[in-house]
Design a protein around this ligand. Structure first.
Ligand code: SF4
Length: 372
């Protein structure tokens, strides 16, 4: 196995595989970044960290992880907590279904497993919110099971290492890659092996400008030898991301502001927000505000000013949130299509979990942002 010849694990040269593992683990031992879940890999901490790390960078996760573990130090604490408290600690981290799934999973672990977390990847895959990648990561890092954990970093490293030019988003290519990782994983240090490949992807084999000169795998890497690092991994062209306009209403009555809670079955379910909704064809955004409040909360409002517009991106669409100051004109606020409504004194708004875009509105209110 040498540079320029495919390192296909079905045709392995065992002594080369041993050298590759050694080189990778030696690099990891020298360059691994300290992380609280890495330095103390208790199963509960590894589980929480892996869920938080889905779609989110390590640096962002770090303070959230510390706060979460301090507030819910063990699975029993998480299971017995109110979901609103879990969402409040998660507030700002995004992808709130992860928090809801963690809460649900903790209850299942207490009820069905006497508080004992699963050990093997196949059992982890039955836990809400855990897919093949997270199952492999937790089982290998916390329990040493020799199973692959293939995330975006691992796909990048292995497609380049092996010179795979097929579409890396295809399930068949993912399956083949998982097989290659399984063939080369170090049984005695399975968790470190998986983390080493991920760390290499994050620090050296980056999407742009991989630092091949300082890569411990360079001598075996097909993409580096053939100058293919800009072409691998291959992905289909991204479709344009749809954009929607949404009205959000800061409805004031005396010293109170009205907020509503999203239904549990909705995106961002369980979180509070300034009520409103999506613009329909043919209406102005002010008309959207009036219609949505009538439909959701059952009251008639008057728009008295615009506070501003907040652009926000989700994974599969972008939105502009148009924020209005409003007064109630007629009717009594009630939960018609939302989960709950509440009149809250502005200083108490921080006690409720809000999505990121609504947190920005909250900051505006705290800073007496002037309506435009
Ligand atoms: S040699 Fe370069 S392309 Fe190959 S794995 Fe290392 S950093 Fe990535």
């Amino acid at each position: 196995m040498s540079a320029g010849s495919p390192v296909m694990m079905s045709r392995v040269n065992h002594s080369e595989i041993t050298l590759l593992r050694r080189a990778l683990l030696r690099w990891f031992d020298r360059h691994r970044r300290p992380m609280p879940w890495r330095d103390d890999p208790q199963p509960y901490k590894v589980w929480i960290s892996e869920v938080m790390l889905q779609q989110t960078q390590v640096a962002t996760v770090m303070p959230y992880f510390e706060r979460f573990i301090e507030r819910f130090p063990a699975v029993a604490d998480l299971a017995s907590a109110d979901l609103q408290d879990v969402l409040a600690v998660w507030q700002g981290l995004g992808y709130y279904s992860r928090a809801r799934n963690l809460h649900k999973a903790a209850a299942i672990v207490m009820r069905e497993r006497g508080g004992v977390l699963p050990r093997v990847a196949s059992d982890w895959q039955t836990v809400p919110g855990i897919g093949p990648y997270a199952a492999g990561a937790i089982a290998s890092i916390a329990f040493g099971e020799a199973v692959p954990a293939v995330d975006g970093n691992v796909v990048r490293v292995f497609t380049r290492l092996l010179g795979i030019r097929k579409d890396s988003t295809k399930p068949a290519v993912r399956r083949a890659l998982t097989g290659h990782v399984a063939a080369v994983i170090t049984p005695r240090r399975a968790g470190d092996f998986n983390q080493a490949v991920m760390e290499l992807g994050a620090l050296v084999c980056k999407p742009r400008n991989p630092d091949c000169k300082h890569c411990p795998l360079e001598r075996w890497c097909v993409a580096s030898a053939k100058g293919l690092t800009t072409q691998i991994p291959c992905r289909p062209r991204r479709k344009p991301v749809p954009h929607i306009d949404v009205a959000a209403c800061v409805i004031r009555r005396g010293d109170w502001v009205l907020i509503s809670r999203r239904r549990p079955d909705q995106m961002l379910g369980g979180l509070w927000e300034f009520p409103g909704g999506k613009q329909e064809p043919g209406e102005t955004i002010e008309e959207t505000a009036v219609r949505e409040i009538a439909e959701e909360i059952g009251i008639e409002i008057r728009v008295t000013g615009k506070l501003g517009a907040i652009p926000h991106a989700f994974s599969h669409f972008k939105m502009t949130l148009h924020v209005f100051e409003c007064r109630p004109v007629r009717g009594r606020a009630r939960a018609v299509t939302v989960d709950a409504v509440k009149w809250v004194a502005p200083p108490d708004l921080r006690n409720y979990p809000f999505p990121a875009a609504d947190l920005k509105i909250l900051t505006w209110l705290e800073n007496d942002h002037v309506a435009s």
